[in-house]
Design a protein around this ligand. Structure first.
Ligand code: GTP
Length: 592
């Protein structure tokens, strides 16, 4: 299509404000799908995405509207995937800002909208859900002007559910979003926006062409990766696949090039023509690094190979998590895995459980610490179990984040306390229409455990939270170990701040005491730093055999009890001569 007929845009929205519903409506209205095909939400195509109501992988759809080609870029909606979001935004010239007319602006919306502003996007506010009785479109417009600081002169009132305002949204896109710029005669320069594995096509790469053209049969080079491939398919999604001969400047579409793994493609990389390459790569490329690590162990040791296999399969489609074998005295053989954030961890864990039917134990999530050693060398620590002897350490640095939290007034006090308890440093506190916006610097370590859950429960779900990393800072950190019956349970080791160690240690011991069943002998549970015990609980010895209470009684009940015990046994880890139930590993990590 000629440049002046192209419009590239994304949709920015807080979770549940109606992004997917609106996207589906736009597709339906422009004729991409029949009503029957619309019955399923199209863009959120993975089962877990749909259930959790979050979009993980970007998908893009080409729409034809009144002689124009509109490319709708779907973007992931969570802080863990911030870099992917930034590349999707870089591929567009504008954005629809969808705000729920009853809920108003939330923290997540803000983070994405600021990115969109940084990319010089034309932003069109869409006040959605105006059909709701609680809708207050004028108040929300005012909020958008006050909080975000963009004009709402061209805001569109819509109901993605009823279809109201959809035509107005499409007209606004054509009228307000600037067409892309590009040079058809210049050497090929295209951005690798996203990639995913398709069982039929292999790796599919989503591209935005800047200059030149991308065509079937062309040999291309990925500039950052330094690899070459032959393009065997070019096309776009409507949302069904449509094959094309070429993609020109300003266009968004996909290519395949017989690539087997997404790990061979880097989001943000520049694609050029091998024979006639561009001299300058696109700005903003970076490789994403996992920030949260944990161990994943099969409950049944026989599942180790199956777990390796499943992780490999998942990685085919998600190069942003990493895994390598790890062995633990308590848990046997498993994998040390790295994730972009806690949600990312949960998604992978859930897929392993659900799609691959694996029963897993997850060890405490840990961030990446930087150690400076006395001998002048430095090292990155991904696993508390690998912590060197404290006497060899000069200093430890931990990652910090800046968090933006929106919370209704009435929960503010408890929220400030939570942030304070987690070693937060308050940077800002402002009020916007009955709600407080607080900005805190927090150690990531204090956030990865259960911060988000706590935040939600304190605020009855009303608080919203968003963060980005701001670098490493020195911290007074120590490794705390948990000993059961005088043996260290390595999977429960964690790095904690010295001031928090005692409380955390006591809490862990109490939890373990409740979770480990009584044995025939007394079991001490201790938390220690170095050799020094900082907390201790004792699990009393069992007085009688469990079957004793069926004394003289009915034999089937006795058998049931024994069976139950056997069943329980399967979900236990033997440690020394103590059985630790699986739940203990997980529950002990929650701070409560
Ligand atoms: P994520 O994919 O999680 O980011 O959410 P989303 O922003 O895509 O929201 P989604 O489209 O899934 O909509 C969330 C909920 O709001 C769904 O239950 C929709 O049916 C509902 N919804 C969307 N648009 C409207 C609307 O205009 N009016 C009403 N009443 N409900 C709507």
């Amino acid at each position: 299509a000629p440049l002046d007929k192209i419009r590239n845009f994304s949709i920015i929205a807080h979770i549940d404000h109606g992004k997917s519903t609106l996207a589906d409506r736009l597709i339906q209205h422009t004729g991409g799908l029949t009503a029957r095909e619309m019955s399923e939400q199209v863009l959120d195509n993975m089962e877990i995405e749909r259930e959790r109501g979050i979009t993980i992988k970007a998908q893009t759809v080409r729409l034809d509207y009144k002689g124009h080609v509109l490319n709708l870029m779907d973007t992931p909606g969570h802080v863990d995937f911030a870099y992917e979001v930034s590349r999707s935004l870089a591929a567009c010239e504008g954005a629809l800002l969808v705000v729920d007319a009853a809920q108003g602006v939330e923290a997540q919306t803000l983070a994405n909208v600021y990115q969109s502003i940084e990319h010089d996007h034309e932003i069109i506010p869409v006040i959605n859900k105006v059909d709701l009785p609680a809708a207050e479109p004028e108040r929300v417009k005012q909020q958008i002007e006050d909080i975000i600081g963009i004009s709402t002169e061209h805001a569109v009132l819509a109901s993605a559910k009823s279809g109201l305002g959809i035509e107005a949204v499409l007209d606004a896109i054509v009228a307000l979003i600037p067409p892309p710029k590009g040079d058809a005669t210049a050497p090929l320069k295209a951005m690798l926006v996203d990639s995913w594995y398709d069982p039929y096509l292999g790796v599919v790469i989503l591209v935005r062409v800047i200059d030149g053209s991308l065509r079937k049969g062309q040999e291309i080079t990925f500039m950052a990766q330094g690899t070459k491939h032959l393009v065997d398919r070019v096309g776009c999604f409507r949302p069904k696949i449509e094959q094309l001969d070429a993609l020109g400047p300003g266009e968004i579409g996909f290519i395949t090039a017989q690539i087997k793994e997404v790990a061979q493609t880097n989001v943000g990389d520049t694609i050029t023509d091998t024979k006639k390459p561009t001299t300058t790569a696109l700005p903003g490329f970076k490789t994403v690094q996992p920030v949260v690590f944990c161990g994943l162990f099969p409950t049944d040791a026989a599942d180790f190979e199956k777990l390796r296999d499943s992780l490999g399969k998942l990685r085919l489609n998600d190069a942003s998590f990493s895994f390598e074998t790890e062995s633990s005295a308590a848990l046997g053989f498993g994998f040390r895995c790295g994730f972009l954030g806690l949600l990312h961890l949960e998604i992978i864990q859930e897929r392993l459980t659900r799609e691959y039917d694996l029963d897993l134990i997850t060890t405490a999530p840990s961030v990446v610490y930087k150690l400076l050693l006395r001998d002048g060398t430095s090292k990155e620590l991904h696993n508390p179990a690998d912590m060197p002897d404290p006497s060899t350490i000069e200093l430890i640095e931990e990652p910090w984040i800046e968090a933006t939290i929106f919370v209704p007034d009435e929960y503010l006090g408890s929220l400030l306390k939570l942030c304070q308890d987690r070693r937060g440093i308050q940077k800002n506190l402002t009020y916007v229409g009955g709600r407080a916006q607080i900005v805190y610097e927090l150690p990531l370590n204090e956030v990865v455990f259960d911060f988000y859950d706590r935040l939600k429960s304190i605020s009855r779900g009303y608080a919203s939270f968003d963060y980005h990393q701001i670098g490493h800072r020195e911290g007074d950190l120590v490794k705390m170990t948990i000993m059961v019956n005088s043996e260290v349970v390595d999977a429960l080791s964690m790095i904690v701040h010295r001031d928090a160690a005692e409380a955390r240690g006591r809490h862990m011991c109490e939890r373990m005491k409740d979770l480990i069943p009584r044995h025939l002998f007394k079991i001490p549970v201790q938390a220690a730093i170095g050799g020094k015990v900082i907390a201790r609980e004792t699990i009393a010895a069992m007085r009688k055999d469990v079957t004793a209470k069926c004394y003289g009684g009915d034999i089937s009940r006795k058998k049931k009890l024994l069976d139950k015990q056997k069943e329980g046994k399967k979900r236990m880890r033997q440690y020394g001569n103590v059985d630790i139930p699986q739940e203990a590993f997980i529950a002990a990590l929650r701070m409560g």
